[in-house]
Design a protein around this ligand. Structure first.
Ligand SMILES: NC(=O)c1ccc[n+]([C@@H]2O[C@H](COP(=O)([O-])OP(=O)(O)OC[C@H]3O[C@@H](n4cnc5c(N)ncnc54)[C@H](OP(=O)(O)O)[C@@H]3O)[C@@H](O)[C@H]2O)c1
Length: 363
């Protein structure tokens, strides 16, 4: 192990915080490499700097101890998300103002987590040792790309017995975004719906929920290489964004859900029917800024509504579990790799090759 690198990484190790609960204390630094792991250590993928996925390197590091109100979870699977990729690249550059100017402050990424509770600190009443849980830790310090994570018990929900760890790790972030976007869009059964960025985590779940709500003939837009996948997912029509600008289609839509906004508010208003709703969950900074500043005004002028989802992590988790239990919702798993191959998993996501969710598993 490159000790100097690892030591520097630990100086920046993530402070595992709850929203208003005490901070979990990380054990003191070991004085030498601790491989293989013992009861006080764990394997983790440490982000050693900004750049590409190869900046994620496996290390043996101290195991966190849960503070009051926290649980220690043995991570069995973790999903890869756009926010992980953004933290690896440190892009857009302005985000480094918050993430660390020269090197990332947060070194253990991974926000979608599924695992087993192995320790419960005082103040936790919802879980016991052995409970299988899933959760989105994006508001709770991340930390899923490791054997253990200690965080606020409110980040977690109990997994149904029939749910695999892989499915559980693929759901929290994307399914909450999908549900919150469809709610904001006030989707109705007879709406004409288009989903942009349709083959990723959010799109592949949103189409299932919309179909369950009675929407038919849903149009999906993504890269040419994913069009067969979109048809498999149940999209009636699949369009290649490199060949077709959906905002210039002659037809109009009642609802557009967008995972990758790249255009101006007036472009989006153009493709909406009167009273139509455009809801974005993400996209490039310029487009999102344009929507935040001008969206309301453009909507008022055109008789449409343009809005951005502000994720409330885990807020819809009971509904997600219910939809899973009733077999309405099934995450589409692109690939599963062991944690030791985290760099490959994140690189695949970064290259945009994934169809559905990329997951890492931890034995
Ligand atoms: N609003 C919030 O509070 C919040 C919170 C968390 C995350 N987010 C954002 O929500 C989004 C999550 O989406 P996700 O999990 O579904 O992401 P994802 O899995 O990366 O899927 C995005 C899909 O869009 C495709 N795509 C890329 N550029 C496109 C373009 N210009 N037009 C159409 N499709 C394009 C990608 O394919 P290719 O790359 O192959 O082209 C990919 O298939 C991200 O943008 C994330 O940053 C928002």
């Amino acid at each position: 192990m490159d000790w100097s690198t690892s030591r520097a990484a630990w100086a920046d190790a993530p402070v595992v915080t709850g929203t208003d609960r005490p901070i979990a204390k990380l054990p003191t630094m070991p004085t030498a490499s601790t491989t293989p792991t013992d009861a006080h250590s764990m394997r983790a993928a440490i982000l050693t700097g900004y750049g590409d996925a190869d900046k994620l390197q496996m290390r043996t590091v101290p195991r966190p101890t849960p503070a009051a109100g926290q649980v220690l979870v043995r991570v069995r699977a973790a999903g890869v998300n756009d926010w992980d990729w953004g933290l690896v690249t440190g892009m857009p550059r302005i985000s480094r103002l918050f993430q660390g100017l020269s090197r990332p402050r947060r070194t253990i990424l991974g926000l979608d987590v599924a695992g087993e509770v192995t320790d419960v600190a005082p103040g936790v009443t919802r879980f016991r040792r052995g409970d299988r849980v899933l959760g989105d830790l994006s508001s709770h310090g991340f930390g899923g790309f490791a054997e253990f994570v200690a965080t606020d018990d409110r980040a977690f929900t109990r997994m149904p017995d029939t749910m695999s760890f892989t499915d559980a790790a693929a759901l929290p972030h994307a399914a909450n975004l999908a549900l919150q976007a469809l709610t904001l869009a006030d989707l109705k059964p007879h709406d004409r719906l288009l989903i942009n960025g349709a083959g990723g985590g959010v799109g592949s779940l949103a189409v299932q929920i919309a179909t369950h709500r009675g929407v038919t003939d849903i149009v999906g837009v993504d890269h040419a290489s994913k069009l067969d996948f979109l048809r498999e997912l149940g999209f009636a029509r699949a369009l290649d964004y490199t060949a077709t600008d959906f905002t210039r289609l002659p037809e109009k839509f009642d609802v557009v859900i967008d995972a990758k906004s790249t255009r101006s508010p007036s472009s989006y208003a153009r493709v909406l029917a009167p009273g139509g709703r455009y809801v974005t969950v993400g996209g490039n900074a310029g487009s999102l800024l344009g929507l935040a500043v001008w969206g309301r005004l453009v909507g008022r002028r055109t008789g449409t509504r343009l809005s951005l989802v502000m994720l409330k992590a885990n807020a819809e988790m009971d509904a997600v579990v219910e939809l899973y239990n009733s077999a309405v919702l099934r995450p589409r798993i692109d690939s599963v790799r062991p944690l030791a191959q985290i760099a490959d998993a994140v690189a695949r996501f970064g290259r945009g090759e994934h169809r559905g969710k990329v997951v890492v598993e931890i034995d």
